[in-house]
Design a protein around this ligand. Structure first.
Ligand code: AGP
Length: 612
């Protein structure tokens, strides 16, 4: 949820930290701060965005070749200057930044206060900083040993970076349950919550594991140990991410860029995995657990938000194609309700960021009950990817906009591959039907290109409904999850209340909502339950509702009834969510822009919810 950065080397730290924080601002942004080491510690922090911090810091001395920075999404204490990170210890000899939650901070704080230590904020982070400093001064220990001992007293999740003016040539970084990457430059080290602040400086990275800490000392090679004091040989990886993928590429917002990247991201999700000639589907994780998957009595899919909507499409796909029972669970519910999971059950975890705390916790619970975890993530080396027994990356490229778009269609693409792989292995789909589906899936990127040509038409409709207070989204079958997803897109970036519903549910209550003020978006592709959805449109029209219908191109029937139609190319009913979601992404985007909302960083939200 928060973003952390650190630098130690031979360049000025401040510009590197600020630019790094701007790359992480999508993770959380109610306040930001930096601390610099240069013959002493200097600390600047401010409520608001990184640019507000910059305006403050530049009034002061920001020199120094070592420093740490932080963007905050509040978990303890309101967003204000005092609660912003970094935090000084009471002695002001040490500063700390932190992403995560210290569950037992109140007990630790009570003990420290009894020893006369004073606090200046409501945060759990300040408690951890004072605990480290207290151990260091009381036991006269090195900074890294003090961090190690303090973390053995901590219950909770953390990604911290600590520095002390008594040891001005080293940064100590440690993580558990929150992400952290270390970049290895030439005589310089970078620390960050993910690789985006690092990639322009170096491609050599170390993904820290839970309960590890790193000592990054000027002129020395990094030392990594566990908090149980076991030395670790660092596994150095090469970053695949390119810098230009992080820029907006000429688009006004990252979200619009990512909507247009979908032909490419879907192609990349399929690349090397699907051969339309032979019909062969190959994903390492699938092959490794082929027997368990094919013989699974049921599959449970756990996820949050948009990933949960993609998972719901996955349920329909796997049951339709492979005839294996599937249940989709909100990870946040699953982790607390003592679910029935047996040894060998298959649990698929779907997550764009690979860092969602609820999903990670649900995985650990399922693992403890003997389940096999198959992770579908977008971020290579992310915590969920590393916590899974096997998996498949969506390869959609970095998704910066808080509202997930290309990740959703990439997740549905990967779930389609899994469903077809299982169907073919189980013999529930074979021969010409199998090859028809395989080739249709393979051709989808071209059809997505065509669906993207509709942006102008959607923009016209957005201008009509930009002042709506409520919206209903209706879909059936494979497009019921698309109704949920379309509603989430609209509410999370335009702040208009929107609800997704199975279209047939209207008569069980929601139809009472219909009047001239209620735009109803109906996903009505030609395939599937077309006649039924046409009836639903007529029910809404009969009560004065305004209909925006997503239809298969050339559809004249719905066109004659709806107030507005948005056309998408024809495809298999099972694959239609990948196309029908696109006009809904555009609709949410343009309404949000017209309402002057911050599309890439909507209020109250963060790109990766790494706390519960
Ligand atoms: C989707 O637009 C939202 N940003 C949010 O619902 C997101 O899908 C959810 O937090 C899950 O994130 P994940 O896919 O990274 O686990």
């Amino acid at each position: 949820m928060c973003g952390i950065v650190g630098y130690i080397g031979n360049k000025e730290a401040y510009p590197i930290l600020i630019k790094g924080l701007k790359r992480l601002e999508y993770r959380g942004y109610d306040s930001a701060g930096v601390a610099l080491m240069n013959g002493g510690l200097r600390l600047y922090k401010k409520k608001g965005k990184v640019s507000d911090l910059e305006n403050e810091a530049l009034k002061h001395d920001v020199s120094g070749s070592m420093g740490i920075g932080h963007t905050r999404w509040a978990t303890h204490g309101a967003p204000n200057d005092e609660n912003a990170h970094p935090h000084y210890s009471d002695s002001e000899n040490l500063v700390i930044i932190h992403n995560g939650i210290i569950e037992n901070y109140a007990t630790l704080k009570e003990g420290l206060m009894k020893r006369g230590i004073k606090f200046h904020s409501q945060t759990d982070t300040e408690v951890l900083g004072n605990l480290i400093d207290h151990i260091r001064t009381q036991e006269n220990l090195s900074l890294e040993e003090s961090v190690r001992l303090a973390l053995n007293e901590v219950v909770g999740a953390y990604a911290i970076v600590v520095m002390s003016k008594d040891e001005p040539n080293k940064l100590i970084a440690a993580k558990k349950g929150s992400p952290m990457v270390i970049g290895l430059g030439k005589d310089e080290f970078f620390i960050a919550s993910d690789a985006t602040p690092i990639v322009e400086h170096t491609k050599e990275v170390i993904y820290m594991e839970d309960e590890q800490f790193a000592v990054l000392e000027r002129g020395k090679t990094p030392v990594i140990r566990t908090i149980r004091n076991k030395e670790i040989t660092p596994f150095i990886q090469q970053l695949e991410m390119e810098l230009e993928t992080l820029e907006k590429g000429g688009y006004e917002h990252f979200m619009l860029k990512e909507i247009y990247e979908q032909p490419r991201s879907i192609f990349d999700s399929l690349r090397g995995r699907l051969d339309p000639e032979t019909g062969r589907i190959s994903m390492a994780g699938l092959i490794e657990y082929e027997h368990a998957l094919i013989n699974a009595n049921r599959i449970v899919i756990i996820a949050c938000g948009t990933s949960w909507h993609a998972s719901l499409v996955g349920e329909y796909l796997i049951e339709e194609f492979a005839r294996i029972p599937v249940e989709v669970e909100y990870a946040s519910e699953f982790r607390y309700r003592n679910p029935v999971i047996s040894e060998g059950d298959i649990v698929i975890a779907v997550s764009q960021s690979g860092e969602t705390a609820d999903t990670l916790a649900a995985i650990e619970l399922a693992k403890s009950k003997g389940a096999i975890i198959f992770g579908i993530c977008n971020v290579v080396g992310s915590s969920i990817a590393r916590a899974s027994h096997a998996g498949a990356y969506t390869h959609a490229g970095p998704e910066i906009g808080v509202a997930s778009t290309k990740a959703f269609t990439a997740q549905v693409t990967v779930l389609s591959l899994i469903a077809l792989f299982l169907a073919n292995k189980k013999g529930t789909i074979q021969g010409s039907e199998y090859f028809r589906l395989i080739n249709e899936l393979y051709d989808l990127p071209k059809k997505v290109e065509k669906a993207l040509e509709n942006e102008e038409a959607v923009k016209q409709i957005a201008s009509v409904y930009q002042h709506a207070n409520n919206c209903l989204y209706l879909g059936r079958g494979f497009n019921f999850p698309v109704a949920l997803e379309g509603a989430l897109k609209l509410k999370e970036i335009s702040y208009i209340h929107a609800e997704g519903y199975p279209a047939a549910e209207m008569k069980h209550g929601p139809i009472a909502l219909i009047d001239e003020e209620m735009p109803v978006i109906v996903i009505a592709p030609r395939k599937g339950h077309y006649d039924k959805i046409v009836s639903n449109i007529q029910e809404v029209k009969a009560r004065g509702g305004k209909i925006i219908a997503v239809v298969t191109e050339g559809d004249e029937i719905v066109k004659s009834m709806a107030d507005h139609v948005l056309e998408v190319p024809e495809t298999e009913d099972a694959f239609s969510p990948i196309l029908t979601t696109i006009p809904l992404q555009f609709l949410a985007y343009h309404i949000a822009v017209m309402r002057g909302c911050n599309v890439d960083q909507p209020r109250n939200l963060a790109k990766s919810v790494t706390v519960e």
